[in-house]
Design a protein around this ligand. Structure first.
Ligand code: SAM
Length: 367
């Protein structure tokens, strides 16, 4: 049985340590240290606006410190780390640090299809939840999405938002067969909408349609309302505090679950409620973190699963287990378990209609 891909180590077969295997795992550990340390440094630079300032042009540590209103000594240390990991370029002659334009696209921008900054924010939030999670491992109990630091909901919305901007309107809506319906004017519910990134993206793209976003986390609902107003779509978008298993307001032409069904304590009841609230010719769309069929496949073929299992451990399982008897599906439940939830909830014709390295999109319809 292999315990880690590509190190060559086979559990149960080692008699004396193999030098190459040791070197391989040590290299991985060093990469993990660098990644974890860089996560903190990127979040710090993001919070203090360093990347945005560096888009104005190369700067010495004194120039960046002055523009950011920070202490030069600290800024110098941050720049040095960022240069070592290659996030900024250092010119030894001028003493200036530069953020290449391609790096700016992924680090300094927000509300774009290429930004990664929110991922670092969410990871920093997970470090803050560590003690709670250790307690949860011992007790088997959970705690809700709203009990994390605000970096979790906010960072997650920023991080997932990039993928939604890239794929939702141009690829996923057509593959769900929803394009003409949304163009003509549909009534759509976005369940577990968080800060409303998907709801507002859809509302902006389809001016004839109306939307409601529902979520159990009041601060996210408030952030979603601000987002709708900033995008000028507030007349056609409502956001309401509510549980996935008990809202009404149907019949909806489409009910959407983005990165949330596996978080729910009772996903079957959430699907059953969607079934009750769905028009007879409506569609339920389920967008979930991409997962292979099982753990073995994830190990062999799905590198993003390392991030998904971590988010699952820190966020998804605790939220589901905060309710006694929670289903605890986890963020890598996989296609078979998801199809079963959709069918047990009263839907049929479950189909995977799209996939990216991060997400899988399923469509299901009433029986
Ligand atoms: C990972 S976030 C996804 C948010 C948003 N859909 C997105 O993709 O950015 C999961 C969301 O599910 C919400 N949630 C968890 N349990 C819920 C429930 N029972 N009913 C409604 N929303 C719930 C959380 O409050 C959180 O906003």
């Amino acid at each position: 049985m292999r315990c880690w891909p590509s190190t060559g180590y086979v559990a149960g077969e080692m008699t004396t340590p193999n030098r190459q295997t040791m070197d391989a795992i040590v290299e991985r550990i060093q990469m993990s240290f660098a990644g974890a340390a860089t996560t903190l440094m990127v979040h710090l630079g993001d919070r203090l606006g360093f990347y945005r300032i560096l888009t104005d042009g190369p700067a010495t540590s004194s120039e960046l410190a002055e523009r950011a209103g920070c202490s030069e000594r600290y800024v110098r240390e941050w720049l040095a780390q960022q240069a070592v990991v290659g996030f900024v370029a250092f010119d030894a002659d001028s003493g200036r640090f530069e953020l290449p334009p391609e790096h700016a696209l992924v680090l300094s921008e927000d509300e774009t299809p290429t930004t990664f900054a929110g991922g670092f924010e969410a990871l920093a939030g997970m470090y803050l939840s560590l003690d709670r999670v250790i307690e949860a491992f011992r007790s088997g109990e959970g705690f809700g999405w709203g009990e994390h630091d605000v970096r979790i909901p906010h960072g997650a919305a920023r991080f997932f938002g990039a993928s939604y901007r890239q794929h939702l309107v141009d690829e996923w809506v057509p593959s769900l067969g929803l394009e003409s319906r949304l163009e003509d004017g549909a009534w759509v519910a976005d369940i577990g909408c968080g800060e409303g990134v998907t709801t507002v993206l859809l509302a902006a793209a389809y001016p004839e349609s109306k939307f409601i976003g529902i979520d159990l986390h009041q601060p996210s609902i408030e952030a979603a309302r601000v987002r709708a107003t900033s995008a000028g779509v507030q007349e056609r978008v409502e956001f309401e505090f509510g549980d996935a298993t008990s809202y009404d307001g149907g019949p909806f032409d489409a009910i959407l679950f983005f990165d949330c069904l596996h978080d729910f304590p009772d996903p079957v009841s959430a699907v059953a409620n969607a079934r009750r609230q769905l028009a007879s010719d409506g569609v339920v769309a389920l967008v979930e973190p991409f997962a292979a069929a099982d753990l073995d496949e994830n190990i062999k073929t799905n590198p993003p699963a390392a991030l998904h299992y971590t988010a699952s451990t820190f966020l998804c399982l605790p939220n589901s287990l905060a309710t006694p008897g929670g289903a605890a599906l986890g963020a890598q439940a996989g296609p078979k378990a998801l199809a079963q939830i959709l069918t047990e909830g009263g839907l049929s014709s479950v189909q995977r209609v799209a996939a990216t390295p991060e997400h899988a999109v399923y469509a299901a319809r009433p029986k």
